[in-house]
Design a protein around this ligand. Structure first.
Ligand SMILES: Cc1ncc(COP(=O)(O)O)c(C=O)c1O
Length: 417
């Protein structure tokens, strides 16, 4: 089903904004997305009518807040087809979610064990594993990418062995756009007796993701990248896995009993959510899930594919533009990273910004990948459900103008001749 972007855009107050007198074209959705009125109002309503702490007091406001907070877990569980709220830990972002998993799994690693990552990971899915490996004396191994920006599946299978204890990988690359064959990789990890950790920061917001179908042990994603408020993220873990997961933070709400000497942990998921949580954030995230479900994840995925197809086609028509990742939009998420020969990505981003087009320039928190590609960084346009075909055209047309401008030699002022 085609998305009615005109109607959708009416829900996003910020999209009416003008920057430098020009209509805002927001194409930095891989970093964070804009929020619809429904999310903003849900949070306002929490603060205006039932703001309270959760899981503590018996008073009415606390009961209402607790109900809303627990319901938000339930909603997220349904969204990704988890068993129930005991498999859903609320965090502040993907980064925190992966850190919780890595911090706990690190305790079970020993010298000679191996952690398999891929060359296309975000720093959030590299650095926590580097630290885990250092602590345990374990080794990191990397699944390689081919010239098309896809994982070399043969090489990946060849590095998964009986020494592999963890396979942590991104579902969709935030630079190449590549959609990885998550089911196959999870199955390979399982066969080797390894635990799988899926970084779904760029997939859960954009396409249907079903944890039971994928079979992964852990999965991390960010609420703020799926119309939810900043400061919201999720760690999904199979119940059996979360039961074995050691908390990263200790304190209030995560305990069932405390003595002067020791403590017992609370039931799931609260054992992994120490301290007063982001209740307003949870309420906002629940509203975001409602919003996405109403539109339909398959429809959102199809819409982004259409925008990506437009962008890829036009970009490939510009001489001196290098596009990274698969050339086929069907193999990608809704983002396109590229370089304009000879121009720094920050300059390209600044030129686009001057036209009201918000993109991201830099290494996109994937420095090892940039080095592998032999680039300092790239400019990335990333789409979401509210972006239109006209915006994708405007972005590529503006880029064509920038490319033409940059090709002309800089005129020497008369005074310097
Ligand atoms: C693939 C991927 N993983 C992890 C992250 C980290 O997300 P957050 O900053 O919300 O923790 C990002 C953010 O851009 C990402 O794209």
């Amino acid at each position: 089903m085609r998305l009615n972007t005109k109607k959708i855009r009416e829900d996003f107050p910020i999209l009416k904004k003008k920057v430098y007198g020009k209509p805002l074209v927001y194409l930095d959705n891989a970093a964070t997305t804009q929020k619809p009125r429904q999310v903003i109002q849900a949070m306002d309503s929490y603060y205006e009518s039932y703001n309270s702490n959760v899981h503590r007091a018996v008073h009415k406001l606390s009961q209402e807040a607790t109900q809303a907070y627990d319901d938000a877990h339930e909603k997220v569980a349904e969204f990704i087809n988890a068993e129930g709220i005991e498999e859903i830990v609320f965090t502040k972002n993907t980064t925190e979610s992966i850190n919780i998993a890595a911090n706990s799994l690190a305790r079970h690693l020993k010298k000679g064990d191996e952690i398999v990552l891929t060359q296309m990971e975000h720093h959030s899915n590299i650095v926590p594993w580097q630290q885990a490996a250092k602590k345990a004396g374990a080794k990191l191994r990397y699944a390689e990418i081919n010239n098309n920006g896809e994982l070399d599946m043969q090489q990946l299978h060849s590095i998964i062995s009986k020494n592999t204890k963890v396979v942590a990988f991104t579902h969709v690359s935030n630079v190449l756009g590549t959609i990885n064959q998550a089911k196959e990789i999870v199955a390979a990890a399982k066969e080797a007796g390894a635990i799988s950790v899926l970084d779904a920061a760029q997939s859960v917001p954009h396409m249907p993701v079903n944890v039971k179908e994928l079979g992964c042990d852990f999965m991390a994603f960010s609420g703020h990248k799926m119309l939810g408020p900043t400061g919201t993220g999720v760690l999904y873990g199979r119940k059996e896995m979360l039961e074995k997961t050691e908390p990263m933070l200790y304190g209030g709400d995560m305990i069932s009993e405390v003595s002067f000497e020791d403590a017992k942990w609370n039931e799931l998921p609260w054992k992994l959510e120490a301290g007063t949580p982001n209740v307003a954030g949870a309420v906002g995230l629940a509203a975001a899930v409602d919003y996405l479900q109403k539109i339909g994840m398959e429809n959102i995925h199809g819409h982004e594919r259409m925008l990506t197809r437009i962008a890829l086609k036009r970009l490939q028509g510009i001489k001196d533009v290098a596009v990274y990742g698969p050339k086929d939009a069907a193999k990608r998420g809704g983002l396109v990273a590229f370089n304009l020969n000879g121009a720094h990505p920050h300059d390209v981003s600044a030129f686009l910004d001057a036209a009201g087009i918000a993109v991201r320039g830099g290494h996109h928190c994937a420095m090892p990948l940039a080095r592998l590609l032999g680039i300092a960084g790239s400019t990335r346009a990333s789409f979401y459900l509210y972006n239109t075909a006209e915006e994708a055209e405007k972005f590529t047309e503006t880029l064509e103008e920038i490319a033409a401008k940059l090709k002309k030699p800089t005129p020497i002022p008369e005074s310097r001749k």
